[in-house]
Design a protein around this ligand. Structure first.
Ligand SMILES: [Zn+2]
Ligand SMILES: [Zn+2]
Length: 415
């Protein structure tokens, strides 16, 4: 019996022409990132489960509910990566990249995995493009990374996105703030959602960005981290805002933004679009000054971001209608003898980066019909008569103009 397979739920295929759009987004990223000195790093998509437990945090939604983990044949607990930063930090420590001159800057792209209920804007396999920078605590680096992200989004064709910023403090000032939050939420514990009740002890910061209506209502009077920052954190954040002002990069302060991952310190940011509904973040990131040393490396301040390809692609395809690229030339090849001439003519055009299709089989009429469906600009006909005379008939399908030309002159048609 024959079996017709379908893709796993939440792991969709991406088809042309959308893949071409993805390529365009990736090219924009590669060009912009290179100018900022970021080179690509390719890490494994499968890692020890412990890596994410230790970095993202056991109390995070990702680790608590969404990990794609299993035991491999060697009895090791492994996970498909739910995000890119932990692997890049692991690689940075493993290969002693701190010995290279600072700052070390990397970008990555590839699939990530989270086992959650698939919904619009969220899949179990999703694709991210991100950047990480190691080796400086200077707020100039925060500003540079954010400016680079905005430049990439603009080059990809996505202006008019909003940037939200916050500082969530450091190991000196955050514990006291967490305690203030615990005390504030303690009398309201019963009113919070089950997730927030769990977060109250482990990481009360996360209650601040809960999306549940009643949690939003309760937190309205909660203390703000901006009032609890230590002098160093306040100075760092102030300097970053000053640099963004100098760059005329618009931003909004969002005192409730904490990001879902435990490893962030100081700067956190999100880029959102009003056109995406509830899942509106297209990119997000922040500083993680403690993670490298927690992974056994030297104390290394670091920061990064990740952008979601599916959402970027959705925004772009909403702005322009996608269509398949059209061949510039369709070579109708008639009869066995014409095949070699068709192939060599096509190859010569392709060597000049022209998109060419050869219509290997079928009658002239059916080949012309295909050329028309594909939206080809020109049709060139190569049959036995043409081979004998060395002169090929051509037609411009757009203008209806037609003529005959020698094999060499075909190139002139297209210039
Ligand atoms: Zn601080
Ligand atoms: Zn909640």
């Amino acid at each position: 019996m024959k079996t017709r397979f379908t893709a796993l739920k939440g792991a969709p295929d991406v088809l042309p022409p959308e893949t071409n759009l993805w390529g365009r987004i990736e090219n924009a990223a590669c060009e912009v990132f290179a100018a900022y000195g970021y080179d690509e790093i390719k890490t494994s998509i499968i890692e020890p489960a412990e890596l994410f437990l230790r970095s993202i945090g056991a109390s995070s939604d990702i680790v608590a509910k969404e990990m794609y983990s299993f035991t491999d044949k060697g009895g090791r607990s492994v996970s498909l990566r739910p995000e890119g930063t932990a692997s890049v930090v692991r690689a940075y420590v493993e290969h002693n990249l701190s010995l290279r001159p600072a700052p070390q800057k990397f970008f990555y792209r590839g699939p990530m995995f989270r086992y959650e209920r698939p919904q619009k804007g969220r899949q179990r396999q999703f694709y991210q493009i991100g950047a990480e920078c190691f080796g400086t605590a200077h707020p100039g680096m925060d500003a540079e990374l954010i400016v680079m992200l905005m430049a990439f989004l603009e080059r990809a064709g996505l202006p008019a996105l909003s940037l939200e910023l916050n500082s969530i403090g450091c190991r000196n000032c955050r514990p006291a703030f967490k305690q203030r939050l615990r005390e504030f939420f303690a009398p309201h514990l019963d009113g919070l959602c089950p997730d927030c009740q769990r977060r109250h002890e482990q990481n009360p910061l996360r209650i601040l960005d809960c999306k549940v209506e009643r949690c939003i209502a309760i937190r309205a009077g909660a203390p703000l981290i901006s009032e609890s920052l230590c002098a160093e954190c306040r100075e760092h954040f102030g300097a970053l805002l000053g640099l963004l002002d100098a760059m005329k990069t618009p931003y909004t302060l969002n005192p409730h933004m904490v990001r879902g991952l435990d490893y962030y310190t100081r700067t956190v940011f999100e880029v959102t679009s009003g056109q995406l509904g509830a899942q509106n973040a297209v990119a997000a990131g922040g500083r993680y000054d403690l993670l490298v040393s927690e992974f056994g490396g030297p104390e290394t301040p670091a920061l990064g971001f990740a952008a979601g390809m599916e959402r970027l692609s959705r925004l772009l395809s909403a702005a322009e209608s996608l269509s398949m690229p059209r061949p510039e030339v369709f070579i109708a090849s008639l009869g066995r003898e014409a095949a070699a001439a068709a192939l060599s003519t096509a190859s010569a055009l392709r060597a000049r980066d022209k998109r060419v299709e050869v219509g290997w089989e079928g009658s002239l009429k059916s080949q012309l019909r295909r050329a028309d469906k594909m939206g080809a600009r020109y049709v060139v006909i190569i049959g036995e008569d043409e081979l004998r005379s060395g002169s090929f008939k051509w037609k411009n399908l757009g203008t209806g103009e037609s003529g005959e030309t020698g094999a060499e002159e075909i190139f002139n048609l297209l210039s």
